[in-house]
Design a protein around this ligand. Structure first.
Ligand code: BES
Ligand code: MN
Ligand code: ZN
Length: 531
């Protein structure tokens, strides 16, 4: 009935399921001093202005040099100086963007710097931007020389960065104050023809949309993004993509024996779901990559209740699931010739009279039993059923993504996802994908000694080791459920959300990491064919 349909869409609207509007960036041959876009972005390192900045400086009567000489602008990383051109140039605004030390610039920093630039310009009501790169910026991609591949990487990072400024944190305000997103992005100063970077410009657009989708989902209040609404929101996103979505509800989970997910879900009045989605783009007998994401829409800790300070941030505990769901969208949208399945077990973790308790034993769908030592180590428990589901769907390789441990934040801060694996080849691919994506991953060792803490006297495995090496400990728990498949685990507890006010080199709040890595990984699988 129509009334029901409109009711469903009204309910899920607060999670910002508005149309994913495309902003295909382009290359421009127009020099910075002739650009007619609302704004022009030129760059500087700590050791000097780029050639494009120098040309703009000359047209502005030396304004940029004066700022440098006065110590007002030192070219520090992500430093921004915005000037009005007052008719001296066709553009109205010039943004001089600091890129820091030459040697330190890489794809992660390049993407972030241009996101800061985009944010600053959008706040000034700028609707169209031309950004100028030179060879030194292209060199930051780490490729040899400044050939087409390096240019393509740089163009992709810069375009993605600027387009990321379309993210709106204030979607729940009755009177939104945010300016409209930047609608036109042109990139100049690069010595390739448009055909060489056509695909990268398209990829940049899709990846920026996917990243912002993750950020929107991760930031959404848990009352507006329950497990059911997350599945509904994914369904809306997937319309017209050809992706096959399947949402397993409570009765299905019972039928499949998913006692791990059901156990965690017991304390919540919100029903759990297991979201699965398939993209069959590759040969039938080819590899099948499974992406498995933790979908805890709110983590109170359960009976092992968390302290209240900062607990509101636990609404982002579905960031891994969000990255998986948005990556699937991007993979389909880019038409990648590869088989990928996405699996997202989703539930709240709540205390109540029905809640699971320390000392309980759960039977997972793999048949393995889990002794619950701490109900706050819930992510690994639901992932046990997620990983088993991925195996049942025919996965040949698994990458899981989860806001899994506070220890990952302690170890790596907000700069990098922790990477743990049982397979060197897949690890290599994920690391390569992360570089292309402008994400960071840092590998932690899987020394067998770390597994000891998970031995249980009463069950096959327990969900909590000691205080030490908590991030690796969690990975060993997950490994029990992947068995011999090549597998990489990404702990994004720190990288998914920058909550550190004085960490100003990374955008604040939800970052969307590592959704772009997942998509680039699928691209590598499509290239390798038979990995
Ligand atoms: N969702 C948390 C991990 C987390 C912490 C994510 C901080 C983002 C920021 C996870 O479910 C959790 O509670 N982990 C516990 C595990 C512990 C009980 C072994 C933790 O890290 O304290
Ligand atoms: Mn927890
Ligand atoms: Zn959690």
């Amino acid at each position: 009935m129509p009334s029901q349909a409109s009711k469903a869409s009204r309910r899920s609207r607060p999670a910002a399921t508005r149309a994913e509007a495309a902003t295909r960036p382009s290359l421009t041959a127009t020099p910075a001093v002739e650009a007619t876009t609302d704004a022009v972005v030129v760059t500087a390192f700590e050791d000097g202005l780029s050639s494009h900045a120098e040309a703009v400086d000359a047209a502005l009567g030396g304004a940029l040099t004066e700022m440098r000489d006065a110590g007002e602008f030192r070219g520090r990383f992500a430093q921004r100086a915005t000037l009005r051109t007052l008719g001296r140039l066709p553009t109205r605004h010039v943004l001089l963007l600091g890129l820091g030390r030459r040697r330190e610039l890489d794809m992660f920093r390049l993407t972030n710097a241009f996101q800061f630039a985009g944010d600053a310009l959008r706040a000034r009501g700028v609707g169209s931007v031309s950004a100028y790169l030179d060879d030194a910026v292209v060199a930051a991609t780490g490729r040899d020389g400044s050939g087409p591949a390096a240019v393509a990487d740089a163009v992709r990072a810069v375009a993605t960065g600027i387009l990321l400024s379309s993210f709106d944190p204030g979607t729940s305000k009755t009177d939104p104050e945010a300016r409209p997103p930047i609608g036109v992005v042109a990139i100049g100063g690069v010595a390739v023809d448009a055909a060489a970077v056509q695909r990268d410009l398209e990829v940049a657009d899709v990846l920026a949309l996917a990243t912002n989708r993750v950020r929107t989902w991760a930031a959404a209040p848990s009352n507006l993004l329950t497990p059911t609404l997350l599945a509904e929101s994914a369904r809306q996103l997937y319309q017209g993509t050809g992706l096959e979505l399947d949402v397993l509800e409570k009765a299905d989970l019972e039928r499949e024996g998913m006692g791990a997910l059901l156990g965690v879900a017991r304390g919540s009045d919100e029903p759990p779901v297991m979201i699965t989605v398939r993209h069959d783009g590759g040969p039938v007998a080819g590899p099948r990559l499974a992406l498995v994401g933790k979908g805890i829409t709110f983590d109170t800790g359960g009976i092992s209740l968390k302290p209240s300070a900062g607990m509101d941030l636990m609404r982002d505990d579905m960031g891994g699931g969000a990255a998986v769901l948005a990556a699937m969208w991007a993979i389909a949208r880019l038409g990648l010739r590869v088989n990928v399945v996405g699996v997202v077990p989703a539930t709240e973790n709540m205390p109540s009279g029905h809640a699971y308790k320390p000392g309980d034993v759960l039977v997972s769908s793999s048949g393995k039993t889990i002794e619950v030592t701490d109900t706050d180590a819930e992510g690994r428990i639901i992932l046990a059923d997620g990983l088993t589901k991925a195996r049942r769907l025919g996965a040949t390789h698994i990458v899981d993504v989860a806001t899994l441990t506070g220890s990952a934040v302690v170890a790596l801060g907000h700069s990098a996802s922790g990477l743990m694996s049982n397979d060197e080849l897949l690890t290599g691919l994920v690391k390569r994908a992360a570089v292309s994506a402008g994400d960071r991953v840092a590998e932690l060792p899987m020394f067998p000694e770390y597994a000891v803490a998970l031995e249980s006297r009463v069950a096959d495995v327990r969900n909590l080791g000691g205080r030490q090496a908590g991030t690796i400990n969690a990975a060993f728990f997950l490994r029990e459920f992947v068995e011999e498949l090549p597998w990489v685990h990404l702990d994004i507890a720190g990288s998914g959300w920058n909550s550190q006010q004085d960490q100003t080199q990374i955008p604040q709040g939800p970052t969307g990491a590592p959704v772009r890595t997942l998509v680039h990984l699928a691209r590598l699988f499509a290239e390798l064919d038979g990995a």
